[in-house]
Design a protein. Structure first.
Length: 444
């Protein structure tokens, strides 16, 4: 414990690291403030009453958790950073189809800058479309027949202002995330999602406490749930940092009569090579049906379809799991290219024992990567649908989301990445890190 405290003190001895952390905290505070600034034309009192009658186990309730309560608050940051993530998914999918985007992905820093710019541009129409859906959803909400929209504001003006404010809020959050990445401690977009989830944790615990205190569930059952939650958390942490290494024996070089022996090194191949990105991608896709259906609040047919995409439904869980498995393979293929690894090994005079250099090595690595990605993707899918299982057993939706599913994976993944960033700064300046005698392994 004393070692951890000493390491924590060391953070503030490094001026650059201290500045980066304080800068990051300042921008995250701005994000939290924006989550409580209500859109123009909304009656905050009626909105609070309407939220009391809204089920939190719907997909909108999950969306609200990702944006730190901003959606239920009808705040200017109600869309969060999700439109940016959706745009990023579309750009990466285009890279698998169109040669132009494939070329950009291979052009290094210049290509990444161009892709980032295209992602920013694509965020605007996606945010505007989602903002329109939110305006329709808000306009349909009422308390005892009284609309939560101020009678002084016309429906047309409310729609226009809502689209403008929500789109601008998303663009501003996108900019904040990039500033945290460049001038803070990194992982700006992930940290914005992380802080939104963490902000809702105290309310979820309080709701669960009230549920147990009311006698709705036995305390023994509650303790069993907590024990199960701890086991799940341990499993998520273990799989998140798990790696598999393939030995690479470097070929001997003969110069005259001198023989330089080979050196065994390793190619790090993780069980979960893609990290939390498949979860985030899949979740963004699952928000699309709800966004489209929100345009038809008075249609009985559309609302009947919406039930199939309810977070507690089997159809939702099945689609969600399949999307996670797909995006795990998709993102792994982008992040780890066996052909590039094989080419680099060949240039450095390296080889895998028993495998010829070149294409056979690439096929060998690809085969192993496919095999270890499957259990990793299935694990992600199971963890993602755990909240649905818990909610069907009576656990409150808020607590279920924290101890299973997307939120837990994001919390664990972002926390490890952030800790690794701080650890790197400490080690570069010859300070003891948080984990003496070992090093925190990154997930990327």
């Amino acid at each position: 414990m004393s070692g951890f405290i000493d390491s924590f003190r060391n953070i503030f001895k490094i001026e650059e690291l201290r500045t980066r952390i304080l800068f990051t905290l300042g921008l995250l505070i701005v994000v939290r403030i924006g989550a409580h600034i209500t859109l123009p034309g909304i009656n905050a009192g009626l909105l609070a009453q309407a939220n009391q009658n809204t089920a939190s186990n719907t997909l909108f309730g999950l969306y609200d958790m990702f944006v730190g309560g901003a959606f239920n608050n009808a705040a200017i940051f109600a869309l969060g950073i999700m439109p940016y993530i959706s745009a990023s998914i579309i750009i990466q999918l285009l890279g698998a189809v169109f040669p132009y985007f494939q070329k950009l992905q291979k052009e290094g820093d210049e290509g990444r800058k161009k892709i980032t710019q295209l992602t920013r541009i694509g965020t605007i129409p996606i945010a505007a479309l989602q903002a329109w859906g939110v305006s329709v959803q808000l306009a349909s909400r009422n308390v005892n027949g009284t609309s939560i929209i101020s009678p002084d504001m016309s429906p047309f003006l409310f729609t226009i202002s809502t689209v403008i404010f929500l789109t601008a809020g998303t663009i501003f959050m996108m900019w904040l995330g990039e500033q945290i990445t460049d001038r803070g401690i990194g992982n700006g977009i992930s940290l914005i999602i992380f802080i939104g989830i963490i902000a809702e944790f105290p309310f979820a615990v309080f709701d669960e406490y009230q549920f147990v205190a009311s006698g709705a569930r036995n305390i023994i059952i509650e303790l069993l749930y907590i024990a199960l939650f701890l086991v799940i958390i341990a499993g998520v942490i273990a799989v998140t940092v798990a790696t598999r290494k393939i030995p690479v024996q470097y070929a001997k070089r003969v110069v005259g009569r001198k023989v330089f022996g080979g050196v065994t090194q390793y190619i790090p191949m993780k069980v979960n090579q893609a990290g939390v990105m498949p979860i985030i991608f899949a979740q963004s896709i699952m928000f699309v049906p709800s966004t489209v259906l929100s345009f038809f609040p008075d249609s009985l047919f559309m609302q009947s379809i919406a039930k199939y995409f309810d977070q507690t439904s089997f159809v939702y869980s099945a689609f969600f799991a399949l999307l996670i498995i797909f995006f795990t393979y998709f993102y792994t293929a982008i992040a780890f290219n066996p052909k590039d690894v094989a080419d680099n090994m060949k240039k450095q005079g390296g080889f895998i024992p028993g495998v010829r250099p070149g294409k056979p090595t690439s096929d060998f690595i690809d085969n192993i990567l496919t095999k270890i990605t499957l259990p990793g993707s299935v694990f992600l899918a199971i963890i993602a649908i755990i909240p649905t299982i818990f909610m069907n057993f009576g656990v409150t939706s808020g607590l279920s989301q924290f101890f299973g599913g997307t939120s837990l994976l994001i919390i664990v993944g972002v926390a490890l990445d952030t800790l690794q960033q701080i650890e790197s700064h400490l080690l570069m300046r010859h300070y003891d890190g948080f984990m003496k005698g070992t090093r925190i392994k990154g997930r990327k």
